[in-house]
Design a protein around this ligand. Structure first.
Ligand code: HEM
Length: 442
């Protein structure tokens, strides 16, 4: 899989990520396909940010980065009728809601149906530049579109930058693709076609214009942060010496739910205490695979529960059995304000905050859907274990019974409240820049 990739033609968020402080998701409906196409034809080559632009010197970069993806209904509205070969994309995410375990009464009404035709992702370090780019789009598109929903996300302030709202460092583990950059220790290297349509490793036949596009799964995932904090404190666990304070026991429990400490340190490498220098060291923070000399991977949860979020969504000890087809690249950012004192003291969320979840893959069934439905929501995954596992305590949906969280008694069962509530989303396709111009704007 050593394809040579046209970096100037691939939308930058897919492989590199906008890596910006502010990111705005602008979901829209197309009212007038003719005008929309006419605008897109000149807008796309001038403004859609490629990988090459993201990797270029800051002085050569625009004030804001822009990426664009279409849903099936959006492609259809523009007269793009070729079958992209992904049934989940074709049907849209709303049709998939109950299979994913979502309660559609929690869905934002924008997403309950197939009315969302596409999304612009606008990223910048300055809110004013994001706003300026959005106003520019509004001026250019006029009545040809309607903005149905805007989600403004942003890196959290100060030391929390890079951490999601529960407090855990995010964006550490993503696969890299063959022939693009150098893999960090422990990082998975996958064929380009696992992420990019039409490349080596993509096993589905696609229209030729789909080459170098990627399916973008968007989910608005609301996070109940004070509720999470309250629950972990109320269920604080102990270490072998029994000398943890309640807060330390809550932090240990949280780390076992995620598989990492808040700093990012993997509990597989540092099971008892957080280790901030390990958490932020890219040479070490991915270099683990749950296997240790003298320990039995079918039963040993002393370091990391089988149910931990990162072990459910990437069971590294089973990689030789499962292979690489289920990897996807995550590029989400947090939305919503910091906790207020009131929320902290009451233990109750009163303001909407969460994760604007974005994941790229060439095949939604293999990537996001396998991670969410076949793995996180399944009580018996990872397979081949002798202990009860239960659901992913962070994102699992269904009967949220989980085991393995208490290292002193891994058979203890937990009924974990839902701290992540899906507000819905959509399945999109993020085409190459030439496909935007020659197929979508044609
Ligand atoms: C890793 C949080 C939703 C898939 C992580 C990490 C955190 C995290 C803190 C560790 C950092 C890292 O390894 O990069 C969250 C939160 C979520 C959420 C707070 C919801 C609000 C999801 C969903 C999926 C997912 C919906 C897919 C269905 C993954 C994967 C990894 C990961 C694949 C990397 C695992 C590895 O390679 O070790 N997540 N996540 N996450 N998450 Fe999530």
């Amino acid at each position: 899989g050593n394809d040579s990739l046209p970096l100037e033609n691939i939308q930058g968020d897919i492989l590199v990520g906008m890596k910006k402080q502010k990111e705005q998701f602008v979901f829209f409906h197309i009212n007038n396909a003719t005008t929309f196409k006419k605008v897109l034809k000149t807008y796309a080559p001038a403004n859609i940010t490629s990988i090459q632009t993201l990797l270029s010197a800051p002085s050569a970069q625009p004030l804001a980065f822009v990426n664009l993806a279409f849903s099936q209904s959006g492609a259809t509205a523009l007269g793009v009728t070729d079958d992209l070969g992904d049934s989940f994309f074709s049907a849209g995410q709303f049709a998939d809601a109950s299979a994913l375990g979502d309660d559609t009464s929690n869905w934002d009404s924008t997403f309950t149906g197939t009315d969302v035709h596409g999304v612009f992702l606008i990223g910048s370090d300055e809110t004013s530049f994001v706003e300026q780019y959005q106003s520019d789009l509004e001026a250019k598109l006029g009545d040809a579109w309607t903005v149905s929903l805007t989600i403004a996300s942003a890196a959290r302030p100060g030391d929390e930058a890079g951490h999601e709202h529960f407090g855990y460092l995010d964006g550490i583990s993503n696969p890299t693709i063959t022939g693009f950059g150098t893999a960090l220790p422990g990082q998975s290297v996958v064929d380009p076609g696992i992420i990019l349509a039409g490349r080596t490793g993509d096993t589905v036949s696609r229209p030729s214009w789909a080459l170098d596009g990627s399916f973008l799964v968007f989910r608005k995932l609301k996070q109940l942060v004070p509720e999470f904090n309250k629950w972990t404190l109320a269920n604080a666990i102990q270490n072998a010496s029994g000398n943890l304070t309640a807060q330390e026991g809550a932090d240990l429990l949280g780390s076992r739910m995620f598989g990492r400490w808040k700093s990012g340190a993997p509990i597989d490498l540092s099971p008892d205490v957080d280790d901030a220098s390990l958490g932020t060291d890219p040479q070490r923070n991915n270099n683990f695979n749950y296997t240790h000399a003298g320990s039995d991977i079918t039963s040993d949860e002393s370091r990391c529960p089988f149910s931990a979020h990162i072990r459910k969504t990437n069971p590294r000890d089973l990689e030789s059995v499962i292979g690489h087809a289920n990897h996807a690249i995550r590029a989400g950012t947090p939305y919503g304000p910091e906790l207020t004192d009131d929320e902290s003291s009451s233990g109750t969320t009163s303001t909407d905050r969460g994760l604007a979840f974005v994941e790229y893959q060439s095949n939604i069934g293999n990537g996001f859907r396998t991670q969410q439905e076949v793995w996180a929501n399944a009580a018996a995954f990872p397979f081949g274990k002798t202990e009860s596992i239960g659901l992913d305590p962070v994102i699992g949906q269904g009967d949220r019974t989980t085991y393995g969280l208490n290292a002193q008694n891994v058979t203890e069962s937990y009924s974990v409240p839902s701290f992540v509530i899906s507000n819905g989303g959509e399945y999109f396709f993020s085409p190459s820049i030439t496909a935007l111009v020659e197929t979508f704007a044609a």
